[in-house]
Design a protein around this ligand. Structure first.
Ligand code: FAD
Ligand code: NAP
Length: 312
């Protein structure tokens, strides 16, 4: 079966739902595809303490409220996962794993990104309870404590620097003897009195009791020797993967696979296709910035459609 809509939105995180609410209120009768993770990344966290208007809100509750608001303003929310797209001409075509075919006069991509993990069982066990991939989100919980960051890129260095605002001491564990981060960030990191860089180590295991992290076991990559470092929180900052595989060869992307947009806009390389949230932003990666870009994308889709006749 084929469903046609003026505005198709891929993704049900803060960017997708915000775009949907704005698009519905602009009369675009949007159809939103939930994708593999209904509600997006915030459904796998507990307290969110930086969403405006809420002192603290559980991630899944916040996303349930966004979904309810979208339905209230008339958004059609569909449980499907898009497997292929054809963005070469309008209407754009997207095909879901249900076999459903969607055609759209404008498209808003809000498929997000996901953090890379080390792949340890203990990491999965303590995720959200001592192990995190977002210092901006969880750093506040480590006031006066000892924490570690894994990675050697700009994200790891910025996470380590940010954590010095709360933690008593911050270790940076890196698997080589040189950082990938830029020189300015390196200078700040190496000069910081609260930060100790531990070179040439891999995190072998995260240790703890019950649901509390107490140490990491580090393996020296040269000698193979293993030692423990006591800490209460570990931040994994080894990169993110934007969910853009689907658009390869059809939309411009940067070297890390993030969708390229016109500065100050959500317009992608294909007129009528807009990108919002973590799928196009490797710097901020926050719910509020994603929601803001969702708003921009809907307003830009509305202007795009108003400027030209809808396709048949
Ligand atoms: P996402 O939330 O990643 O949503 C992407 C959506 O796209 C999902 O619904 C998915 O199902 C859908 N999708 C993917 N592929 C397809 C496809 N092929 N077809 C259709 N749909 C698809 N931010 C904060 O501001 N404060 C916090 O406290 C905070 N805590 C966090 C805690 C954790 C554990 C994590 C992982 C993140 C946290 N973040 C926090 C970051 C925040 O969750 C993200 O910045 C935000 O969710 C990004 O929103 P988004 O809408 O761009 O994408
Ligand atoms: P990144 O540059 O790819 O760095 C990832 C780091 O994690 C690397 O140091 C890598 O080690 C390490 N790593 C990867 N897999 C690992 C594993 N399994 N175990 C241990 N360590 C592992 O990723 P990023 O830091 O998230 O940055 C992504 C992009 O965004 C980059 O282009 C970055 O410059 C940019 N960015 C820029 C800013 C800024 O300009 N202020 C801020 C944040 C991000 P190796 O070095 O050994 O490969």
């Amino acid at each position: 079966m084929t469903k046609h809509t003026k505005t198709l939105i891929l993704g049900s995180g803060p960017a997708g739902y915000t775009a949907a609410v704005y698009a519905a209120r602009a009369g675009l009768e949007p159809l939103l595809i939930e994708g593999p993770q209904p509600g997006g990344q915030l459904t796998i966290t507990t307290d969110v303490e930086n969403w405006p208007g809420d002192i603290a809100v559980m991630g899944p509750d916040l996303m349930a409220r966004m979904a309810a608001q979208a339905r209230h303003v008339g958004v059609e929310v569909v449980a499907d996962l898009i497997e292929t797209v054809d963005l070469g001409q309008r209407p754009f075509v997207a095909v879901g794993d249900t076999g459903e075919r969607y055609t759209a006069d404008s498209l808003i991509i809000a498929t997000g990104a996901s953090a890379r993990w080390l792949g340890l069982d203990s990491e999965t066990r303590y995720r959200g309870a001592g192990v995190s991939a977002c210092a901006t989100c969880d750093g506040f919980f480590y006031r006066g404590k000892v924490v570690g960051v894994v990675g050697g890129g700009n994200t790891a260095v910025e996470e380590a620097l940010f954590l010095t605002n709360f933690a008593e001491k911050v270790y940076l564990f890196h698997r080589r003897d040189a950082l990938r981060a830029d020189r300015t960030n390196q200078g700040r990191l190496l000069a910081h009195p609260k930060i100790e860089v531990v070179w040439n180590v891999e995190v072998q295991e995260i240790l703890g009791e019950g649901r509390t992290v107490s140490a990491v076991a580090l393996r020296d990559v040269a000698s193979g020797a293993v030692r423990q470092v006591a800490l209460e929180g570990l931040f994994v900052a080894i990169g993110h993967d934007p969910a853009t595989q689907l658009f390869k060869g059809q939309l411009a992307m940067d070297e890390d696979g993030y969708l390229s947009v016109t500065p100050g806009s959500t317009a992608t390389s294909q007129p009528g296709v807009f990108a919002a949230g973590d799928v196009q932003d490797k710097h901020f990666r926050q719910a509020i910035t994603s929601a803001g870009m969702g708003c921009m994308a809907a307003l830009e889709a509305e202007r795009f459609l108003a400027a030209q006749p809808a396709s048949a």
